[in-house]
Write a protein that binds this ligand. Structure first.
Ligand code: DSN
Length: 424
């Protein structure tokens, strides 16, 4: 992969070209375990680097503020129709520039300033855009929290969720996470939301590809009103966002207005083209096999971590990611683990664990997942091997000789499983 590209950049901009070559080399020779990252197909990269980057298209297909929209209208319509089919949605807005932008537009579409959102606590797996005190939306809306009842099983405290909902009367009950490894009881969310008259929104940024592949539950099947997502994680598309509405035309209209002109200017049409290509790939039967393998590989890693006595938050995984308390189990901090694993060619991220006692910059945990390694064709055998290498590396953090041997094993795995260019 990645050979003989960027000839024009090479000719005119050696300084920038060096960074492209470096990143290609890094991606080719290391194993990517950051659960929110993936490798896109060459087709997605072609669309993302296409002439659609030249075009201004404020508005929506058939209703734009600039001329010359024949092909942008066709292309965006293809993206919308594919998105609806993938998620069994009534409406799709494919213009959000990312997951954070999608969430902000969704909040403004569904609420007035001062209204309340009930979302998952960040330290229990939620996300910054679910109202963390440091974010701008926290100045506009009021955010209240639910947590897990038991951090070692991942069970959500639905009784507490209901109690907080009854007390605060939120306009939105938000299900979704960026560091949580269990399925949610979507029916329970809907039941509580009905009781208090709230909208149900699922932020499925991490698991969108798993929903599209049919291997985890689709919140729309349980009556959720809206889903927000990124398009570049398990869904394996270009960097971007999307908002889906189950059936309400009124909600869909409000969301369209909130995205444009409410929040964004000209949509990134090249990125929407990339989304259309990725959605086409996700509709292909092979994507279901890919999604199922992501889960099998994560389970294989869970088995090794448990066998080696490393504490996993939520007691394991039912999706693509795992959270390990490496400080509690192996005496290495999340930052140290991230650094030493980087040295042997494995990329993941440090992460706070529930009820963290350390700091965000040097927490107790690591978060890792299987979407990208599965794209390379790795299966349970390789997932098991990688988990063993990870634990051996963390145990040998100061042993230069052992680390060199472990790095050689990672390089050999990468050579055996090159990053593919074509998925369908
Ligand atoms: N940065 C993404 C993640 O890694 O989960 C979410 O925003």
């Amino acid at each position: 992969m990645y050979m003989n590209e960027y000839q024009f950049i090479k000719d005119q901009d050696a300084e920038l070209y060096a960074t492209l070559v470096g990143e290609e080399e890094r991606e080719r020779t290391g194993v990517e375990l950051i659960p929110s990252e993936n490798y896109v197909s060459k087709a997605v990269r072609e669309a993302n680097g296409s002439v659609f980057t030249n075009k201004y298209s404020e508005g929506y297909p058939g209703k734009r503020y600039y001329g010359g929209q024949k092909y942008t209208d066709q292309m965006e319509t293809i993206a919308i129709e594919r998105a609806k089919k993938l998620f069994n949605a009534g409406f799709a807005n494919v213009q959000p520039l990312g997951g954070a932008a999608a969430n902000v537009a969704m909040y403004f579409a569904l609420m007035e300033s001062g209204d309340t959102v009930l979302g998952m606590d960040l330290s229990h797996g939620g996300h910054l855009t679910h109202g963390h005190p440091t974010t701008a939306i926290n100045k506009v809306f009021n955010f209240v929290r639910y947590k897990m009842k038991d951090v070692d099983t991942g069970e959500i405290d639905y009784e507490e969720l209901r109690r907080v909902a009854l007390e605060h009367k939120p306009k939105i009950i938000l299900a979704g996470f960026s560091a949580y490894s269990r399925e949610l009881d979507y029916a329970k969310f809907v039941e509580i939301a009905k009781e208090v008259g709230a909208y149900t929104v699922a932020d499925v940024a991490h698991i969108a590809g798993l929903i599209a592949g049919g291997v985890v539950k689709n919140p729309f099947d349980y009556g959720f009103d809206v889903m927000t997502t990124t398009t570049h994680k398990t869904l394996r598309g270009p960097r971007g966002g999307m908002i889906l509405v189950r059936e309400s035309e009124d909600l869909a209209k409000r969301i369209n207005k909130a995205v444009f002109p409410g929040m964004q200017g000209g949509p990134h049409m090249h990125s929407i083209a990339g989304k259309a290509v990725a959605f086409g790939e996700a509709l292909h039967p092979s994507f279901k096999i890919y999604a199922a393998q992501i889960l099998k590989n994560a389970k294989a890693m869970e088995v090794v971590f448990k066998k080696e006595g490393v504490r996993l938050l939520c007691g394991g995984t039912e999706n693509h990611l795992l959270l390990a308390d490496v400080f509690g189990s192996l005496g290495i901090t999340g930052q140290e683990a991230e650094t030493v694993l980087d040295e042997v060619g494995i990329t993941l991220n440090k992460n706070m664990i529930a009820d963290e006692t350390r700091t965000a910059m040097d927490p107790s945990g690591i978060r890792f997942g299987t979407p990208a390694m599965t794209t390379r064709g790795m299966k349970e055998g390789e997932a098991t091997k990688l988990a063993e290498i990870m634990i051996a590396t963390m145990r040998a953090k100061d042993d230069v000789v052992k680390k060199a041997a472990l790095k050689a094993e990672v390089v050999a795995l990468c050579e055996a499983f090159p990053v593919p260019e074509r998925f369908v």
